[in-house]
Unconditional design. Structure first.
Length: 342
């Protein structure tokens, strides 16, 4: 996880008066220059603050547990012990909600900026660290297309270079909130990245095409115009927000979006590709998904001059978080290998 998840408590002590017999070495420095306040880090407080920050950020014991790799019940017990030691309630929890008390809000506000600064300072050390010694776990939430076209070609090389980094990939076409899902980052098409996230491009833009098996096209005919699809069996697409996707086409200055007919609706690319190969209808897919089947003659592209160009893949993550080293290394490698161009 990001460095902002590490909790510290820094306590500055007031220097004793000059001549008291208790001067420290810091008195040798001119006042206000290069002096470092004495620092005490209590291991229990360190764990306590990490627990509190995760719960406060997610407003959920379950999601905080996913982030920290512990059970929700363990977090609940840890928080109760922390509140007992401090003598103040920080979080109100019911079976349906988790909210901060006034004291909890004050603590969270006080910790945000210092912890971001500490995380940034620690990230500077990455420049001096041997990349092959990187460790940790990366949690990703990625679209199905991104998993097969972008990650699968790169992960073997990544693990050869960084064998101690574990990658946990959740493949889903649902439009999930990566923070709520307990992920470090997500990969989506550029046009669907939430505006409050930091995003980096991972691929060139992609062409979308309509394909069908020779057996289907020989039997049903080949459409010459997108409106000819009204007489065909199309494999309709259900989006992650449960809407049916309207097939998009463009040629020169003409753009068309159609609610295509079909007896089958899918939300899985591999299933749609298998149906198309079996002659079950026309499929609308990113060109890289179908190129091997087209090259083998198992599928034919139709309406080729109408294929639109859509946004490429982007990796995105919350801007307030420090980028985990493993995630930065994976992003750099994808941009280096360019499995889909860039």
């Amino acid at each position: 996880m990001g460095r902002q998840h590490v909790a510290f408590r820094l306590e500055a002590s007031v220097p004793p008066p000059a001549g008291s017999g208790h001067e420290t070495d810091t008195d040798c420095f001119p006042a206000g220059r290069h002096s470092i306040a004495p620092m005490r880090i209590n291991r229990t407080e360190l764990a306590d603050l990490g627990t509190f920050l995760a719960i406060a950020r997610h407003r959920s014991f379950r999601r905080a547990g996913l982030e920290l790799g512990v059970s929700a019940s363990a977090l609940s017990h840890a928080l109760k012990a922390m509140e007992a030691r401090l003598g103040v309630r920080l979080i109100n929890r019911t079976s349906r909600s988790v909210t901060l008390t006034a004291a909890g809000e004050d603590l969270l506000a006080s910790l945000d900026a210092p912890f971001a600064a500490i995380g940034s300072a620690l990230d500077v050390l990455d420049q001096h660290r041997d990349p092959t010694a990187a460790t940790g776990r990366i949690r990703l939430n990625v679209l199905e297309h991104a998993s097969t076209l972008l990650l699968a070609p790169v992960l073997p090389l990544f693990h050869a270079r960084h064998p101690q980094v574990e990658i946990d990939v959740r493949v889903s076409n649902d439009l999930l909130d990566v923070v709520d899902a307990g992920a470090d980052a997500g990969i989506r098409y550029g046009g669907t990245v939430p505006q409050d996230m930091v995003a980096q491009r991972l691929s060139a833009d992609l062409r979308w095409v309509v394909v069908g098996a020779p057996t289907y096209l020989d039997r049903q005919g080949t459409p010459d115009h997108p409106r000819d699809l009204a007489a065909h069996r199309c494999l309709r697409i259900r989006l992650g927000d449960d809407r049916l996707y309207r097939w998009e086409f463009e040629r020169a200055d003409e753009q068309i979006a159609l609610d295509v007919p079909g007896a089958v609706t899918i939300d899985n690319t591999q299933f749609g590709l298998s149906l198309a190969l079996a002659g079950g209808g026309l499929a609308y897919l990113p060109q890289p998904c179908v190129e091997p089947s087209v090259a083998r003659g198992e599928l034919r592209v139709v309406l080729a001059d109408w294929g639109p160009i859509g946004p490429g893949f982007h990796i995105y993550y919350p801007g307030r978080r420090q980028l985990p080293t493993g995630l930065r290394l994976l992003t750099d490698l994808i941009r280096e290998v360019k499995p889909l161009g860039l």
